[in-house]
Design a protein around this ligand. Structure first.
Ligand code: C2E
Ligand code: MG
Ligand code: MG
Length: 837
């Protein structure tokens, strides 16, 4: 029993202290006693009246039903949490009509039905009906006593009823509100605050007074007019309450729905604002809101970082002050456009100025997007800027652009860039005659030789040095480009170009003329220059470059290291050269070529050593053409292989014929000139071996002459073929020795037998002492390397004497014998035989 009481206390009175629990239990017990009393009293009355039919019990039950009905559907007072119900009218009516017992039950019933609407707890659900029962028990009895007393004073029963009902209404009010308020104060251990109580419940007193008065009036009318009034009154009351309840509840529902909508919208707006602030603040892009006056109103963290300034430094300032001067004007113009035509936005890439001390170097490039919006808080259009740092993209782009338009080795403009600029110059000159231009085309002389003999690293070094000299020698407005390989070009523009072109080319010639020492070798980076002017006629870019190049080739042909301006006859010369090339191809096949043989002699003792085969071409229309012309032509046009093959065949065949006719001549040697290109093909090796075999000539009697220049140019490719031929017994001789850049250290490793001192050294021996020294040096070199030395171009007896004195073993030259036709040779052989013994 105690345990279940304790369990009940813990479950339902957990926040009641012991005194409050006791008060609550007493209250509920007293209320229950009142209810029991009421039931007993009503049952007793019915019994006294001789049963249910004779008693007013039916009337009481109807009244209780009305109370229950009214209690279930109270009317909420709009904009408050208070309910009003007509139950009180019925309770007071029951009090007047059926006495305190019925009213006690009605009050308890009203409390029992109404309380669950306000709370889920069992404690008030029990204590509230109990309070109502007690309050009505006391008030009901007071009303009966007062009514009796008033009637005793002579008041009519109806007036006494009305008066007493109204009089006890405050008592009923005081009890039914003070008891729960007192219990709450006790529970919370507070003193009862009457002022607060009055503020909270004064309206209840008004309801009770009104209800008592209405109940009294209805009761009086019912006494006079019968029970119909009661029924009509009840129905009207319930109808009014229902309508009122429907209308007010609906209005209240709509108001609450509206309030909920407004609250929802406000919450959403608040969330949106918070989201916007978060997005704005934490955005990776720099963002700014700019007011109608063009001042920064709001900036985010990313923008501060981008500009290297604090928020305080930025706010209120014009954004354009942070822009590079070159970009500010365009930006402001576009901004003004957006403000004028409000539907437009724009994007722009511009440079930002950052505060000094900012940790970034160079320009900061940003892409800026500007759009507008109407700010409700501002009178006018506001702008929103979004900025992204694109510096790294810009840097990469400019690097790529630089790479695309510049030569990687020299960092000069490349052909692509040069052609673009030239195209602009050509077009400009076409439109405006006073905007002439000049193009200088230059090609290094003998660059290939340096590259091949000193190596690619030295070649690159030379190209860089040339580039540097060109740039240093020219004003910055002239465009210098490397077109490829060892070809460079300069573009001059402006009114002075025609006059300056030649002067600039000569200036460059002089600048390049200074020697350069590489790997201990002195190199002269000379070049040949061709110039063409816009005045040479209207041409395309390709044509301008072609003409400048033609002029350069003409300069090379006319002796290198000089400047030539283009003239239209150069085209004719090219056409002429092409025609000659075609003729040469035919000549090789058609037997127009012949071979002359120049004897080579041992100088001490003087005797015939052999011959050098020298090709001759007598053109049917043009007459004799110098081998230096047609051999170069054959090399350029790819006919050299056929030429060499033919000369080798013819010379070996001739040697075999002479050897057959004069057995004493079997020891003679045949020198044949070949080109470096011949050695690039193994079929040349096969051809030589076949020719020797076919004519029965010993390989050791054939010496292949290759010039120092071409050998050094093709060394890598030539070596394999040289070794194969050398293994077969064929000898090699380096022709024109001393004119190239042979690495002397390398010379000893080459499969060569003899060195032919270039005739330019021999020819000027009498006048140039240093030439004697060169010949002496070649002699020393030859003897130390075990190479035979042959002197070319001996024209005077003095030269011969000097060569003999220097110990040069062999030589050839016009003094000893000019080149001879094959049919002239036997006589020479016979003459030479004088010296043999
Ligand atoms: P090279 O091999 O140095 O030939 C010697 C050149 O000097 C020949 O000129 C010859 O006629 C010339 N000469 C001989 N003695 C004297 C002299 O005392 N004084 C002067 N001033 N010149 C003399 P050529 O025949 O005009 O040949 C020129 C070059 O053409 C040759 O120079 C050689 O490099 C090349 N060449 C000639 N024939 C052939 C050939 O069949 N094949 C190849 N690949 N090149 C050839
Ligand atoms: Mg030769
Ligand atoms: Mg020579």
């Amino acid at each position: 029993m105690f345990r279940s009481i304790d369990r009940f206390r813990k479950a339902h009175l957990y926040d009641y202290h012991a005194g409050a629990v006791r008060a609550w239990v007493a209250l509920v017990a007293w209320g229950a006693a009142c209810v029991l009393w009421a039931i007993g009293s009503l049952v007793g009355q019915a019994a006294d009246a001789g049963g249910f039919a004779g008693s007013s019990l039916g009337q009481v039950l109807v009244g209780l039903a009305l109370v229950a009905l009214a209690a279930m559907f109270p009317v909420l007072i709009p904009r408050t949490s208070y309910f009003i119900a007509v139950t009180d009218i019925f309770i007071f009516s029951l009090l007047a009509a059926a006495g305190p017992a019925a009213a006690v039950l009605a009050a308890a019933l009203d409390g029992a039905i109404g309380t669950p609407r306000a709370t889920r707890r069992l404690a008030p659900r029990l204590s509230n009906p109990a309070t109502a029962a007690i309050a009505m028990f006391v008030s009901g009895h007071a009303q009966v006593g007062l009514q009796t007393a008033l009637q005793g004073q002579g008041l009519s029963p109806m007036a006494a009823t009305l008066t007493s009902l109204c009089a006890i209404a405050p008592l009923y009010f005081a009890l039914s509100t003070l008891i729960p308020t007192g219990l709450l104060s006790l529970k919370q251990r507070r003193r009862l605050d009457f002022a607060q109580w009055w503020r909270a419940y004064a309206w209840v007193l008004a309801i009770y007074l009104l209800s008592a008065a209405v109940a009294g009036v209805v009761h009086v009318n019912a006494q006079q007019l019968g029970v119909t009034v009661l029924i009509v009154g009840a129905v009207v009351c319930l109808s009014v309450v229902s309508l009122l309840r429907y209308t007010l509840n609906r209005a209240e529902w709509e108001r609450r729905a509206q309030e909920a909508r407004i609250a929802g919208a406000e919450r959403e707006a608040r969330l949106n604002q918070q989201r916007f602030i978060a997005a704005f603040t934490h955005a990776a892009a720099g963002m700014a809101i700019v007011g109608p006056a063009g001042r920064l109103m709001q900036v985010n963290r990313a923008l501060c970082e981008l500009l290297g300034a604090s928020e305080d430094e930025l706010l209120g300032k014009a954004f354009a002050t942070h822009l590079h001067a070159g970009d500010a004007e365009l930006f402001e113009r576009q901004t003004a456009d957006v403000l004028r035509h409000r539907e437009r936005s724009f994007s722009i890439e511009l440079r930002l100025l950052t505060r000094s001390g900012h940790d970034r170097n160079g320009d900061i490039w940003a892409s800026l997007h500007c759009s507008h919006f109407d700010d409700p808080g501002e009178t006018g259009t506001c702008l929103i800027y979004q900025l992204h740092d694109i510096s790294s993209r810009r840097l990469a782009e400019s690097r790529l652009q630089h790479i695309a338009f510049h030569d990687g080795l020299t960092d000069l403009a490349n052909r692509h860039f040069f052609e673009q600029r030239l195209a602009v110059a050509v077009e400009r000159c076409r439109r405006e005659a006073e905007r002439p231009f000049a193009v200088i085309f230059l090609d290094l002389d003998r660059f290939k030789l340096v590259n091949d003999s000193l190596g690619h690293v030295a070649g690159n070094h030379l190209l860089r040095e040339v580039a540097r000299r060109l740039v240093d020698a020219l004003p910055p407005d002239d465009l210098v480009a490397r077109l490829g390989g060892d070809e460079f070009a300069v573009l001059l523009e402006g009114p002075g170009a025609p006059a300056q072109g030649r002067e600039r080319a000569h200036r460059l010639l002089a600048a390049l003329g200074q020697p350069l020492v590489m790997h201990g070798t002195e190199v002269l980076p000379a070049a040949s220059f061709g110039i063409t002017f816009s005045g040479d006629g209207p041409r395309s870019v390709d044509e301008v470059l072609r003409d400048a190049e033609l002029a350069m080739y003409a300069a090379k042909d006319s002796g290198r290291g000089r400047v030539l301006a283009f003239d239209s006859t150069m085209h004719d010369r090219i056409a002429d050269k092409l025609a000659l090339e075609a003729d040469l191809r035919r000549a090789i096949g058609a037997g127009q070529l012949t071979v002359m043989f120049q004897p080579i002699y041992d100088l001490e003792p003087y005797r015939l050593y052999g011959f050098e085969a020298l090709a001759r071409w007598v053109h049917p229309e043009r007459g004799a053409i110098s081998p230096s012309v047609f051999v170069t032509l054959a090399e350029e046009s790819g006919h050299i292989e056929a030429l060499s093959a033919w000369v080798v065949e013819h010379a070996v065949q001739q040697l075999a014929a002479w050897q057959r006719s004069e057995p004493r001549f079997r020891g003679l040697c045949m020198h044949v000139n070949i080109s470096g290109r011949d050695l690039q093909h193994s079929r040349f090796v096969t051809h030589v071996q076949q020719v020797l075999g076919r004519h029965g000539v010993a390989a050791a009697q054939l010496a292949l002459e290759i010039t120092e220049t071409t050998l050094m140019g093709q060394l890598d490719m030539a070596l394999a073929a040289m070794h194969r031929l050398r293994e077969a017994g064929v000898r090699f001789s380096i022709d024109d020795f001393g004119t190239g850049y042979s690495s002397l250290a390398y010379l000893g490793t080459l499969p060569i037998d003899s060195l032919k001192i270039d005739r330019s050294f021999v020819m000027h021996m009498e006048t140039k002492p240093q030439n004697v020294e060169i010949v002496r040096a070649v002699m020393n070199l030859g003897s130390s390397l075990g190479k035979r030395v042959v002197a070319e171009g001996i024209e005077t007896a003095a030269q011969l004497a000097q060569l003999r004195a220097l110990g040069v073993p062999s030589g050839q030259g016009f003094l000893l014998s000019p080149p001879l036709r094959a049919d002239q040779v036997p006589a020479a052989l016979v003459q030479a035989a004088v010296f043999w013994s």
